[in-house]
Design a protein around this ligand. Structure first.
Ligand code: P6P
Length: 333
């Protein structure tokens, strides 16, 4: 396919679909540049004194890694001055981050998990950045957390970067899903795949099976049927993958199909699953649906959920449409 830059892609998307006004193009390019910087820091590993724990706990009650904080700072600093944002929100910050008074405010709001898959940082397994873009409510003066609590269907853009053997950026602005690979020599994002489509069927599933004894019955039934293989009700053998970096598991599913599951379980009803709605489940659900897949919380579309708290968790079943529909149907029985 013709190799074009991220900028050319965005300009042509605006020309053909009128979905990427200049301010949004600036936002996406600034975030993409920040992901390049994060990729560089991640790639240094032990040589950059960026590994290990920062010995600080975040709002999630998780001990932050140095790279969690470095990545968060990179995204904040990259986006503050551009005049395209009204405010930001991050997995690593308890409250929303307002644009400093010395800079103009814009009409977009950016949410992100600056470094997803932190448990993999120190063992050199792929990690990534996830981001989501919402419009600021009309007439909003000073942004509050409430302004962020919009259903995922309101997103104007979403994307993720995977810092793996290649550094890739996957992006949607509502007209399909496109993948860019970082050309390290030129320092530029190059379009390497357009209009990615997830196969509707799959023989591969992703779940942390160590939680099996805690699952609710619909999940247990769904997984056991796959474990039963060709002699079981599915009459097919299945494969399993669990990278424990959502970005890497989702990217594999975008590339070759599959179903990703992080279900609620019987342990803590106040924590339905582990993944956060606003900056993990919603952006990934937007991307997966734009690629012809499905994304539910076991009962309904993730993108239809009305958020109540900035850091709320949500059960996640996403990927190949027919499999997501099957496991969701089991929840209804
Ligand atoms: P577990 C990473 O910490 C993360 O938020 C997701 O990226 C990943 O899918 C999940 O948690 C892994 O969770 O329980 O398998 O460690």
């Amino acid at each position: 396919m013709k190799r074009i830059s991220l900028t050319q892609h965005l300009v042509e998307e605006q020309r053909n679909h009128n979905t990427i006004p200049a301010e949004l193009r600036l936002l996406i390019e600034v975030v993409a540049r920040a992901c390049k910087t994060i990729s560089h820091a991640v790639g240094k590993g032990a040589l950059g004194d960026v590994l290990g724990s920062a010995n600080i706990e975040n709002v999630q009650g998780e001990v932050q890694k140095k790279l969690d904080i470095i990545s968060n700072e990179i995204l904040l600093e990259a986006n503050e001055w551009g005049g395209h944002l009204a405010a930001m929100a991050s997995e690593e910050m308890e409250t929303i981050h307002l644009i400093p008074n010395r800079y103009p405010m814009g009409e977009y709001m950016l949410l992100f998990d600056p470094l997803d898959g932190s448990s993999n940082i120190d063992v050199n397994v792929s990690i990534g950045t996830i981001f989501s873009v919402l419009k600021a409510p009309d007439g909003m003066a000073a942004p509050t957390e409430q302004d962020f609590l919009q259903p995922g269907a309101q997103q104007v853009a979403a994307g993720y970067a995977v810092y793996g053997p290649q550094t890739v950026l996957v992006l949607t602005t509502g007209n399909g899903v496109h993948c860019f690979t970082l050309d390290r020599e030129m320092g530029s994002w190059v379009l390497t795949q357009s209009n990615i489509q997830i196969p509707a069927d799959t023989r591969e599933y992703a779940i942390n099976a160590s939680n099996a004894r805690h699952w609710h019955p619909p999940v247990t039934r769904y997984v056991n049927e796959m474990l039963a293989g060709t002699s079981g009700p599915r009459e097919a053998d299945f494969n399993m993958r669990w990278i424990a970096s959502m970005v890497a598991d989702v990217h594999r599913i975008l590339c070759r199909g599959g179903i990703f599951m992080y279900p609620a379980d019987v342990r803590d009803p106040s924590k339905p699953g582990k993944l956060r709605l606003m900056y993990e489940a919603n952006p990934m659900a937007f991307i997966v649906e734009q690629a012809g897949g499905a994304a539910t919380d076991g009962h309904g579309r993730i993108l239809d959920i009305q958020p109540e708290k900035l850091h709320q968790r949500v059960p996640v079943f996403l990927g190949s449409k027919n499999e997501v529909e099957r496991v969701t149907a089991y929840h209804k029985e």
